[in-house]
Design a protein around this ligand. Structure first.
Ligand SMILES: Cc1cc2nc3c(=O)[nH]c(=O)nc-3n(C[C@H](O)[C@H](O)[C@H](O)COP(=O)(O)O)c2cc1C
Ligand code: SF4
Length: 499
């Protein structure tokens, strides 16, 4: 009996020892993982949420299997589905972006875009780099670039310091331009050495005087930077047409306030239009003034809704002479992104790019201004086929904001307005920002831009043209209600100048 008791006792002792040993090893492993996570700079989530952040990768991996049976399919999530995001993540990491077995894209829904492959695609030595395009031939310092995929406006404020540093360095490495958004110019925009487009928002952040009006001296000083290539006057933005920018007070730090020229800690709300614009003539006056002060190509950014004003604008340009035209027109889509906007405007207001892009391009043709005004298209152009479609439709350049956010590591947590972004992109909390290493992420930004251009080139070559800007509307077809597709050209017959 005593023997059995001592046997049980020693078994218990062994078990307790094993348990303590196991616990000790587990604590040691967690401590090592913790140190590895907080000291590495490649993964924002692991740096900000050491150890538990690792489960994301596990679940992300397993999710592919679970989703097939229980959850969203690869092409179901909004605003960007997993297939779109995965393509960006893989491009940004410069990983193999081929897929296996067959397409998961359903080719039957009405509106599906299909490209038509040519019988004799150019062989490698016949394919060409995109030709450089000149913007603003009549201003003192025209801008010429080959880059047809660039970084859309995101203000310092809406996005963080490390995010801007990564974008500016990545833009420089890959030859993209970077738009400041409406929050003014920070040293971080300039730091990487990229070409910069300065945006003048309705509140004139960064170039305002004490009364909030445009200050020529400040504008001149900003334009004096060699990197400053163009000036964009923002009329409206796809996510919030008819409403100015909104930056919640929690995100208005001392530094951001100083750059914008506003008080820190208070909500930063811009007017819903430029107070000096009552008519299209006022718009052209402002463009002429900004162009004269800066010497740089000056254009407009807008989301299109009602479009009678465009007829008036283009008529007025022809009355004044084509030099008076905006040097470029950035068309934003109704489903464009933002740091913060009211749902009613985000969900219901404005036209999507698929309607507004052909509309503006055709109106420019109609008024004989197509070659004078460069068209820049933006709005969910995040994968190669999106950009190829926009070029075929008539865009000269494409821009993306959220595509580049994904390249920075955005996981679509949809908290950009809360200062709690888990990846450090849209937060000013230093604890969360530390996860975003600007050097590592700049490489991803550059890879994404280069792989995007490569992917558009592949589509263009398959269509039988030498370079992406040779794509035309007849290279694209759209699926109709009867299940058959028709060429884009049939739905949007292209204006020929003079016809
Ligand atoms: C976080 C964030 C901040 C933005 N800030 C600005 C801005 O300051 N000015 C502006 O004109 N557009 C701004 N936008 C809109 C983008 O420039 C772009 O027009 C829109 O998101 C469509 O492009 P996308 O679909 O590639 O994101 C912002 C978008 C995001 C996501
Ligand atoms: S991770 Fe979420 S909060 Fe951060 S930028 Fe992306 S969507 Fe916005």
């Amino acid at each position: 009996m005593e023997e059995t008791f001592s046997l049980v006792q020693s078994a218990n002792q062994i078990l307790v020892t094993l348990l303590i040993l196991g616990l000790g090893i587990a604590i040691l492993v967690v401590a090592v993982l913790y140190i590895l996570d907080v000291t590495q700079t490649k993964h924002a989530i692991r740096r900000n949420f050491p150890v538990i952040g690792r489960f994301r990768y596990f679940f992300e991996h397993m999710g592919e299997f679970f989703r097939q049976y229980f959850f969203a399919q690869d092409r179901e999530e909004m605003p960007f589905n997993r297939a779109q995001r995965s393509w960006i993540y893989r491009s940004a990491k410069n990983l193999d972006n081929t897929i296996a077995f067959g397409s998961t894209r359903d080719l039957s829904p009405v509106g599906t875009i299909l490209f038509v492959n040519g019988a004799f695609p150019p062989i490698d030595q016949h394919s060409a780099e995109p030709e450089p395009l000149v913007i603003g031939p009549y201003c003192r310092e025209p801008y010429s670039t080959r880059s047809f995929f660039n970084i859309s406006g995101m203000s310092f404020g809406a996005i963080s310091k490390p995010a801007i540093r990564a974008l500016s360095k990545g833009a420089k490495e890959s030859g993209a331009w970077m738009n400041t958004g409406e929050g003014g110019l920070s040293p971080y925009h300039l730091e990487g050495g990229a070409d910069i487009v300065f945006q003048i928002g309705t509140a004139k952040y960064g170039v305002r005087d004490a009364e909030g009006r445009l200050s020529d001296d400040r504008l001149r000083a900003i334009a004096a930077h060699d990197q400053m290539k163009m000036i964009e006057i923002k009329l409206s933005q796809g996510a919030k047409p008819g409403k100015g920018g909104i930056l919640p007070g929690a995100k208005v730090t001392e530094e951001i306030a100083a750059i914008r020229g506003i008080p820190a800690g208070c909500d930063s709300i811009s007017p819903n239009r430029h107070p000096e614009h009552e008519t299209v003539a006022d718009m052209l006056d402002m463009i002429a003034h900004v162009r004269e002060v800066t010497g740089k190509p000056t254009g407009l950014k807008a989301v299109i809704g009602a479009y009678g004003w465009l007829e008036d604008l283009f008529t007025e340009i022809n009355r004044r002479g084509i030099e008076s035209a905006p040097d470029f027109f950035t068309i934003d889509s109704a489903d464009g992104g933002t740091g913060a906007a009211p749902m009613g405007l985000m969900d219901y207001m404005g036209l999507p790019l698929k309607e507004s892009l052909p509309l503006v391009v055709d109106l420019l043709h109609k008024h004989g201004l197509r070659d004078r005004v460069r068209v820049i298209a933006g709005g969910k152009l995040v994968n190669g086929a999106d950009v190829a479609w926009a070029l075929a439709m008539g865009a000269d350049f494409c821009v993306s904001a959220r595509g580049f956010m994904f390249a920075l590591g955005c996981i679509q947590a949809l908290q950009c307005n809360k200062n709690t972004c888990p990846t450090g992109i849209t937060t000013h909390d230093p604890g969360l920002q530390k996860g975003l290493d600007p050097v590592d992420k700049s490489v991803r930004v550059a890879h994404y831009k280069r792989n995007m251009e490569y992917s558009v080139g592949v589509i263009a070559h398959s269509c039988g043209v030498r370079e992406p800007r040779d794509l035309r509307r007849y290279h694209c077809r759209v699926v109709q209600e009867n299940g058959r597709s028709v060429p884009l050209e049939e739905i949007y017959p292209e204006y020929r100048t003079g016809s």
